[in-house]
Write a protein that binds this ligand. Structure first.
Ligand SMILES: Cc1ncc(C[n+]2csc(CCOP(=O)(O)OP(=O)(O)O)c2C)c(N)n1
Ligand SMILES: [Mg+2]
Length: 600
């Protein structure tokens, strides 16, 4: 069949399916793209020829920023337990490098996305093309090579014949639960438009079976032996529990063997907030109850977790515990010298428990804090009520992820969507759009700080374009509350963390900036409601829920009154400094660092 490389690529993608537990779905649900000279005649032409409308097998979506379209693909794929995602096409140069942050986010969170950046002419006949890097050491380097370290598979299609094997390799990585992340096929602009005679078999319907590896018998025996020797086990549930669909099995295991379950950011919602075994968030942003158990535990059973420094409180949290790690990726199962159980979480939980064994300790559950005034905690509590049983909350960076992790009452596994692998400012609205595209029947509540909003608010326009309804709660505290607090704690005097004009002293300590983010949101096409206290917020959220259009609820909560952390986080402090706060912070830092250990 004679087609261009771009036409062949799209025809192939439209015929790829994923399958798990007997359910088949489209692996690539559509194409997000921003066109330029690097992709307009290739993928752009091929999409136009396909019809490119909704209802077509590969609908096209216009986003406002290439980074944002990767976030949208991640929000979508995470909501669908990594069984379906989007492709993202870009021009060359800046369009392509705008993908790098999104790719890093996807790979770190182990979420599949297919990136199709345009690349400079393979023939090089007219180089340098507009936006070409021109590396004097080598002409086969382009800016797209910046995507290599943040991609789990990267290839550049310099000749049409290379396409089929690259496509098969790309689909395998996208659907491999242990390897998945950003997959990049760099497409030189001339090659995209080049024709070739393709074998018909390339376009046959192809099903990628997403594996559920079962534990190896010897490894399972070792895990059971370890469990039998444990009196005080604690489960740390990570995102892998949710992606595997292992929540019911986790609840059964915890109930049957009497094991408390603490949750990471990605694992929050594995158990309902009121499940008797749920002791809440773990780590730096964890509950006092979960962290106290972590300090006393003799065995940590990590399930589907990558043990980020927030989870381990920078390796100060787990007293003398040994580790049993259930993970589909051997890389994560081996962490902290753990006993490795390389397996799908659901399959492992079904067979893990040894007969007659039961945990030998009792535990309390975290209590709900009493809240007053109109602080951020009150805002989040009111949003929590509005999200209810069927909504979803989305967030990523700033001071909210910590407050949410500790206090949010999650109704279930897909009701809590906080991106905290990369904690990327700007993920919120773009990621929320992806969540809503994956779960149109649910109300999606995006919580976004003013700092994050100013980095990437423009996808509100994309939501309006698509007629996709988001509820965005915009929390304006005139700058970086999170980093402001951190700055003060490390003796950096809150430098550059408030949105203020340059003042008489020459510093950024003048008047608050007269920036009207509510007006900005309205200008992007959203309906906007302002709320000044809890009662107004509650009624704004009711209205927003009833609305048919994307609605931004704008709040300016009182500052301060954050909850103190019950576990440490390693952020280095200046070893020598003139200001006394930094010197005092250094003393505290060195003291805390003594608790840090290598788990062996
Ligand atoms: C892209 C990006 N740049 C910088 C950071 C570092 N950072 C983390 S939180 C934060 C401030 C966030 O401000 P805002 O969204 O207003 O939330 P707040 O801290 O005020 O709650 C910064 C700069 C980041 N996480 N992501
Ligand atoms: Mg802020």
């Amino acid at each position: 069949m004679r087609l261009t490389v771009a036409q062949a690529l799209l025809r192939f993608l439209a015929n790829q399916w994923s399958e798990r537990d007997g359910v088949e779905r489209r692996l690539i649900s559509g194409v997000f793209g921003i066109f330029g000279h690097g992709n307009v005649a290739g993928i752009g032409q091929a999409l136009a020829e396909r019809g490119a409308g909704i209802g077509d097998a590969l609908p096209y979506y216009l986003a406002r920023n290439e980074q944002a379209m990767v976030h949208t693909a991640v929000g979508y794929a995470r909501t669908l337990d990594r069984l379906s995602t989007f492709a993202c096409t870009t021009s060359i140069g800046p369009g392509a490098t705008n993908l790098v942050t999104g790719a890093a986010l996807a790979t770190i969170n182990r979420i599949p996305v297919l990136l199709l950046p345009g690349d400079v002419f393979a023939t090089r006949v007219a180089n340098p093309v507009l936006q070409e890097l021109e590396d004097p050491r080598s002409f086969d380097v382009s800016v797209n090579d910046a995507l290599r370290p943040v991609s789990r598979f990267f290839d550049r299609i310099n000749r049409p014949e290379q396409l089929p094997s690259a496509l098969l390799a790309a689909m395998r990585v996208l659907t491999d639960p242990a390897e998945t992340g950003a997959v990049t096929l760099a497409l030189p602009q001339d090659v995209q438009a080049e024709a070739w005679d393709w074998p018909e078999e390339l376009f046959a319907r192809r099903v990628w079976h997403v594996a559920r590896p079962v534990p190896e018998p010897a490894a399972l025996e070792r895990a059971r032996t370890l469990l039998r020797s444990s009196r005080r086990p604690l489960i740390v549930a990570g995102g892998g529990v949710i992606y595997s669909g292992a929540c019911a099995e986790l609840a059964e295991f915890a109930e049957e063997y009497g094991v408390p379950v603490a949750e990471t950011q990605a694992g929050k919602g594995s158990l309902r907030h009121d499940h008797p075994c749920n002791v809440g968030a773990i780590g730096h942003t964890g509950t006092a109850v979960a962290n106290a158990l972590a300090r006393k535990a003799d065995l940590v059973i990590g399930i589907g977790t990558r043990y980020s420094d927030f989870t381990t409180a920078s390796r100060t949290l787990f007293g003398q515990a040994r580790f049993l790690n259930v993970n589909v990726a051997a890389f994560d199962a081996a962490k902290h010298a753990g006993t490795m159980l390389v397996a799908d979480a659901r399959e492992a939980l079904r067979v893990l428990g040894p007969d007659g064994w039961r945990a030998g300790w009792t535990f309390e559950r975290p209590e709900r804090a009493v809240l007053e005034g109109f602080t951020q905690a009150v805002v989040l509590d009111a949003v929590n009520d509005a999200v209810g049983e069927d909504g979803v909350v989305v967030n990523a960076a700033g001071s909210m992820p910590g407050d949410l992790h500790r206090a949010w009452r999650a109704a279930g596994p897909h009701s809590y969507h906080v991106e905290y692998g990369y904690s990327c400012m700007g993920y919120e609205i773009a990621g929320g759009l992806g969540v809503k595209l994956a779960a149109p029947e649910r109300e999606v509540f995006v919580l976004v700080g003013d700092g994050s909003y100013l980095m990437m608010a423009q996808e509100i326009a994309t939501a309006v374009q698509e007629g996709v309804k988001l509820i965005v709660v915009l929390v304006d505290n005139h700058g970086f509350a999170s980093i402001g607090g951190l700055s003060e704690a490390v003796g950096a005097r809150r430098l550059g963390t408030a949105y203020r004009a340059r003042g008489a002293s020459g510093g950024l300590d003048g008047e608050l900036l007269p920036v009207d983010l509510a007006a900005n949101a309205a200008s992007l096409g959203a309906d906007v409601l302002r709320a000044g206290d809890r009662a107004e917020l509650v009624s704004a959220l009711v209205k927003a829920r009833e609305a048919m259009r994307t609605t931004v609820v704008y709040v300016r909560p009182e500052t301060g009154s954050g909850v103190g952390a019950s576990a440490w986080w390693d952020v280095p402090v200046a070893e020598v400094a003139e200001n006394p706060e930094a010197r005092e912070a250094r003393v505290r830092y060195e003291e805390a660092k003594r608790e840090q250990r290598i788990y062996l």
